[in-house]
Design a protein around this ligand. Structure first.
Ligand code: UDX
Length: 440
């Protein structure tokens, strides 16, 4: 059993801390935000993430997991320290690593023996060197440490599962000793023969960006294919299905939609684009993925506008789904934000509903008419835009939907409704990359 401290209790820190304690280690999660730690100490989870409350409960009860604001003490008592603080997008698109730097200085000051310092936050390549430099500058004489980059690949909504059953664990270690210690931290996974990828620090940092940017690129690619399908009368679902049957392509991340959102892809694509330019090796493909994604969000607003006759003025639109994806309450960079803003700017009104994210969206749009069910949202509206593929929207009764709406008009940006059924029930509709039907 190792003594671990995780600094930062956001999605990544909290899921990682709870997950590592579940592997049998003694974990302290530390954060300077007192309100968050107070909630956690009271047994409340500040974010919605399926399975996280149970994982935290189990390990707190077993005495393996605790929470503190005393960051210095937490560093002193640990063998391994994970840095999991935020790296928001900075002015020039690059990730802002000032919180990581501040933590590095605190670790240096509190280095009371050999420790492994491990970064989980997504940071530009080269940040490992900077962390080591800051620790060396601030540590007492004779201080000893090794550095590891251990990027996370957690998807919101399935982060607990992704942590406990990962495809691989990437360990970019500055020494074999540090690699062995990290492998021991992840021992249950190692024993289960999950691949442990041992690299140097820069390679591990690069793997994270290369993987995320590739997935974002894949989404932008299928979105452009979908748009072309519309122009040539092809069905993107069948195109994506047959593409995915080629093992070299794989069917994952080939779902067309309203453009990717969330806390990672938008930020990480901008960051890799910015630091690749800075290094003199610009990644044109990633620049293109970003442009396509912005265009896709706009394209969805144009589709809705066309469906309602070219003008939002005086219209009430029901927006179903506010989160950037299902099973989360996170609305960061969600395509629904641009959709709602465009409707409001065009003089329309919005009735909005998300099974989990109403409260989060209230911080962005405090004055919308928020509903508590799809039926309430769609009652007496001029059109409905489906923005997130929650299961409860897949199961909507089209018969009932048609009855309660002022006019049967639907934009399905996630392609979750059956085109045949929409036609049968006499809807006017549009989607992404499939057959549409409306009077233009
Ligand atoms: C992502 C990565 O998947 C994860 O490995 C990383 O560490 C963090 O970033 P996350 O942002 O939680 O995870 O969600 P993800 O499931 O990847 O979806 C991101 C966005 O892409 C969402 O807006 C989603 O709707 C969109 N998406 C995803 C598509 O439009 N089509 C797809 O096929 C897949």
């Amino acid at each position: 059993m190792r003594k671990i401290t995780v600094i930062g209790t956001g999605y990544v820190g909290l899921v990682s801390g709870a997950g590592i304690s579940d592997f049998g280690h003694h974990v302290t999660c530390a954060d300077i935000v007192e309100s968050k730690i107070k909630l956690l100490q009271e047994g409340k989870i500040p974010i919605y993430e399926p399975g996280l409350d149970e994982l935290v409960d189990r390990n707190v009860s077993a005495g393996r997991l605790s929470f503190t604001t005393k960051v210095d003490e937490a560093i002193q008592q640990a063998d391994v320290i994970f840095i999991a603080v935020g790296t928001p997008q900075g002015e020039n698109g690059e990730a802002n690593i000032s919180a990581v730097e501040a933590v590095a200085r605190s670790i240096g000051k509190n280095l009371n023996g050999y420790k492994v310092i491990c970064t989980k936050s997504t940071v530009p390549v080269g940040t490992g060197d900077r962390v080591c430099e800051l620790v060396r500058e601030t540590m007492p004489e004779g201080g000893e440490f090794d550095y590891v980059s251990n990027p996370e690949f957690l998807r919101e909504g399935s982060a607990v599962k992704d942590f406990l059953w990962p495809d691989r664990v990437v360990i970019g270690a500055s020494s074999d000793k540090a690699f062995d210690i990290l492998r021991d931290v992840y021992r249950p996974l190692y024993v289960n023969e999950k691949p442990m990828v041992h690299t140097n620090v820069a390679t591990a940092e690069m793997i994270k960006y290369a993987a995320n940017a590739f997935l974002a690129l894949k989404i932008s690619y299928i979105n452009e294919v979908a748009n072309l399908c519309e122009a040539v009368g092809a069905d993107v679902h069948l195109v994506a299905k047959a593409m995915g049957q080629d093992g070299r392509i794989s069917p994952k991340f080939l779902h067309p939609g309203p453009g990717f959102g969330g806390s990672c892809f938008p930020k990480d694509t901008h960051a890799i684009a910015a630091f690749s330019r800075k290094k003199g090796v610009p990644m044109n493909t990633i620049d293109a993925a970003i442009i396509t994604n912005n265009d896709q969000k706009k394209r969805m607003t144009e589709k809705l506008k066309n469906l309602v006759g070219g003008d939002f003025s005086g219209k009430t639109i029901g927006v179903l789904g506010l989160a950037f994806k299902p099973n989360t309450d996170d609305v960061r960079e969600s395509s629904s934000i641009e959709m709602i803003q465009t409707i409001l700017d065009g003089g329309g009104k919005v009735k909005a509903y998300d099974p989990m994210a109403n409260e989060s969206m209230k911080k962005v749009f405090p004055n919308l008419n928020y509903s508590h069910s799809w039926e309430e949202t769609c009652d007496d509206v001029d059109a409905v835009a489906i923005m997130t593929e929650w299961n409860e929207f897949r199961g909507m009764s089209l018969e009932k939907l048609k009855k309660i709406m002022k006019a049967p008009i639907v934009l399905d940006t996630r392609n979750i409704l059956s085109i045949d059924k929409l036609s049968e029930h006499g809807f006017q509709f549009d989607n992404v990359g499939r057959k549409k039907y409306y009077d233009s």
